[in-house]
Design a protein around this ligand. Structure first.
Ligand code: AMP
Length: 143
């Protein structure tokens, strides 16, 4: 497993600092974000201690994938939100502050202050063929 510095989420997993826990199983813990972007903002983390999504084992990834939709339904039910974002940051350039894999479930309400800046570019055919081919080849070499 890749080396990484312990994070605040390790201390939550170890029980040395508290959290507002909403779900736990053998592989996954979910708790309220301490700096919520909206009411019900929830973090879902694997118990496997890796920094970024591409480092997760298939078993940990499967366990997360299994409960994420369930937790989204629970957050929507509890908050009354009918819209939400699932956000997952990897690396400092992607605004990852805590180097332990985590998914944000962020309920969205009309008029709430949370903004995502999204400035789409364009995709020309040559670039599309080239990058799609590179990704296909990389995926085919995955175990
Ligand atoms: P990210 O920028 O994706 O790494 O987000 C890290 C998130 O962890 C932020 O939204 C923080 O508010 C949240 N966070 C940091 N420390 C705690 C904590 N002790 N309990 C709950 N959430 C935390």
């Amino acid at each position: 497993m890749p080396e990484r510095e312990p994070t605040i989420f390790d201390r939550i997993l170890d029980g040395t600092i508290p959290c507002y826990r909403v779900y736990e199983d053998d592989h996954v813990l979910a708790f309220l974000d301490i700096g919520p972007l909206s009411l019900g903002h929830t973090l879902v983390i694997p118990k496997e201690r890796v920094a970024q999504l591409h480092e997760l084992s298939d078993d940990a990834a499967a366990a997360l994938g299994r409960v994420l939709p369930r937790l989204c339904r629970a957050v929507m039910h509890a908050t009354g939100a009918t819209a939400y974002n699932v956000l997952q940051n990897n690396g400092s350039a992607a605004h990852q502050a805590v180097r332990h894999v985590h998914f944000h479930i962020i309920p969205r309400f009309e008029g709430s202050g949370f903004q995502i800046s999204w400035e789409p570019g364009s995709l020309d055919e040559a670039t599309a063929h080239e990058i799609a081919g590179k990704i296909r080849r990389a995926v085919s070499h995955e175990p």
